[in-house]
Design a protein around this ligand. Structure first.
Ligand SMILES: NC(=O)c1ccc[n+]([C@@H]2O[C@H](COP(=O)([O-])OP(=O)(O)OC[C@H]3O[C@@H](n4cnc5c(N)ncnc54)[C@H](O)[C@@H]3O)[C@@H](O)[C@H]2O)c1
Length: 368
């Protein structure tokens, strides 16, 4: 394998997030280069390859893993496949970028981390909010003392529901919106506050508008109490009409800041006819809309991929790891348990025999 020049990357998956990874790596050509893509549906990988000039295409990701020159592989497949894919990639001696959430269970998280350690490869957890320029700026200001002692951090992400059928199937996704987007908020609050110990988790959730489609929750509110007293407040929804919302609020004894990821990077627009594309999950481009410029850059995806590639070259220390993903996983368990019992759940928390985190909520609901 080469140990200089752009890191050679293979992508598993060819749809929504694969497109984001391909674009993002293409935006940092000095750091990384996509050389292969693997996806099982005939034609899909080839289509992504055509769009981004990716030279090699596979329908079986294991065949892609046999390619000697590939140094790092990104997983953009459904959640229930993350653990096995990570283990296969590590066993092939390649570094792993795993999309959020890390996996389905804590046992899987442990096995992923152990296997990557044993094989001497990096397990990089793709939490782009650690690289989102607006949020990075807020953290820099907090770390410089701009807000005094921070006592509450809030992150929320909301839209009207995901784009692919597997998200609605809890056997494949592991849960509803809390699993899908709450994982961002948990990681964000933990990272923003400097990774303090997590004391307890309280969560409320329900299925308000999509009960015809899923057993998963489509709205969740989660409160995390950290050692030192700060609180994380995480709101997520698949029930929110009107397109995508992603924002944070930071409250300290000496100040406050608010960041709406899309609004400050958008053009308030009115159009009778509509136009090509506004922003992720926008239901329409007619009437009043808020198209975002440099959407993926403003989210930090390219910066995230550049960082991961530089970690492979030993130029930077990983800032988003399997261990971060494991902590998120533990909070997901605790959150579903809390929603199922109506009580705060103290950490460490580990439930045995769980296949999907959402079971912990569904069990409690069934007993109501
Ligand atoms: N970081 C983010 O903001 C973000 C955004 C969207 C999705 N994601 C994550 O990315 C992952 C993929 O989500 P998506 O939205 O791209 O889903 P998607 O349904 O759009 O794409 C999933 C891809 O996985 C492929 N796949 C399915 N089974 C496979 C197999 N056995 N082997 C290889 N490939 C297989 C599918 O063919 C498809 O190409 C999920 O874990 C999701 O949570 C992250």
């Amino acid at each position: 394998m080469a140990n200089k020049g752009p890191v050679k990357v293979g992508i598993i998956g060819s749809q929504f997030e694969a497109d984001i990874h391909a674009w993002s790596i293409g935006a940092v050509p000095e750091a990384a280069q996509v050389v292969a893509v693997a996806s099982p549906t005939p034609g899909h990988a080839a289509e992504l390859a055509r769009r981004y000039g990716i030279p090699r295409v596979f329908t079986d990701y294991k065949k892609m893993l046999a390619e000697d020159d590939i140094e790092m592989v990104t997983i953009t497949a459904p959640n229930y496949l993350h653990a096995q894919m990570t283990i296969d990639i590590a066993n092939a001696g390649k570094h792993v970028i795993c999309e959020k959430p890390l996996c389905m269970t804590l046992e899987e998280a442990d096995e992923m981390i152990d296997t990557c350690k044993r094989k001497g490869v990096l397990l990089l957890y793709a939490e782009e909010l650690f690289f989102t320029p607006k949020y990075v700026k807020a953290k820099e200001m907090a770390d410089q003392g701009a807000f005094g002692k921070v006592y509450m951090v809030k992150q929320s992400e909301k839209h009207f529901g995901p784009h692919a059928p597997w998200f609605w199937d809890v056997e494949k996704s592991g849960g509803g919106v809390f699993m899908d987007m709450g994982c961002h908020g948990i990681a964000f609050c933990y990272w923003f506050l400097g990774r303090p110990q997590i004391k307890n988790v309280y969560c409320q959730m329900n299925t308000y508008v999509h009960a015809d489609k899923t057993r998963g929750e489509d709205n969740s509110v989660c409160i995390i109490e950290f050692a030192g007293g700060a609180v994380g407040l995480i709101e997520d929804s698949w029930a929110r009409r009107g397109g995508m919302e992603d924002r944070i609020e930071v409250y300290g004894e000496g100040g406050v800041t608010y960041a709406d990821l899309h609004m400050g990077n958008a053009l308030p627009t009115y159009s009778e006819t509509g136009y090509g594309y506004a922003v992720e999950k926008a239901p329409s481009t007619k009437g009043w809309t808020y198209p975002v410029f440099e959407e993926l850059w403003n989210y930090g995806f390219a910066q995230e991929m550049r960082h991961f590639a530089r970690c492979v070259r030993g130029k930077e220390e990983p800032q988003a790891t399997g261990e971060d993903g494991r902590i998120v996983q533990e909070v997901l368990y605790a959150g579903y348990q809390s929603a199922g019992t109506g009580r705060k759940v103290e950490l460490p928390f580990r439930a045995e025999g769980v296949k999907t985190p959402i079971e912990l909520w569904l069990k409690g609901k069934a007993q109501e």
